[in-house]
Design a protein around this ligand. Sequence first.
Ligand code: UDP
Ligand code: MG
Length: 167
Amino acid sequence: MGQEATLVIVKPDGLIKSLTGDVLSRLSKTGLKIIGAKVLEVTPELAHEHYRHLKDKPFYGELIKYISGFLHGENRVMAMVYYGKDAISKVREIAGSTNPEEAEPVSIRGAYGRILTTGLYENVIHASSSTQEAEREIKLWFEPREIVIELYPAKDAVNPQTKKVWL
Ligand code: UDP
Ligand code: MG
């Protein structure tokens, strides 16, 4: 695989547990470049769109409550775009398996994740799982001007004050 981008989100439990610095340190070992980063509040609309492919899963309702902050009283997340060779697999390896009990103990999810009594995997970070998903997710979470390289084609917005929008 060549140069690719991936979306990383430190989920609300990661912020509550003050894990943002540790997550950044661990991810810096990949040698990938950060090309976008911000803290934002997750709206229910953003949560539903991000996880739309999971909407038929039994855990979907809890997952939406989790990512949009209702489980932790904290709807801030930190979103980052990492870029470089094999970015998706490198980040997912450091993140660890989806199920924190199956994740390598030294991975982020193995070290800090847990399974709630509802069965939901509270696993600290999101990481894109394919180039197609990464593109969909990055375009959902970031505007073109928030990414320091021309990652995907963009065009001038109709409203010039709005700057650029993804094609
Ligand atoms: N999830 C869960 N139970 C499952 C599968 C997933 O609680 O059986 C949650 C978990 O927080 C996970 C998120 O739903 O991170 C998205 O699921 P996905 O299968 O995309 O896993 P990921 O790509 O995050 O490893
Ligand atoms: Mg996924």
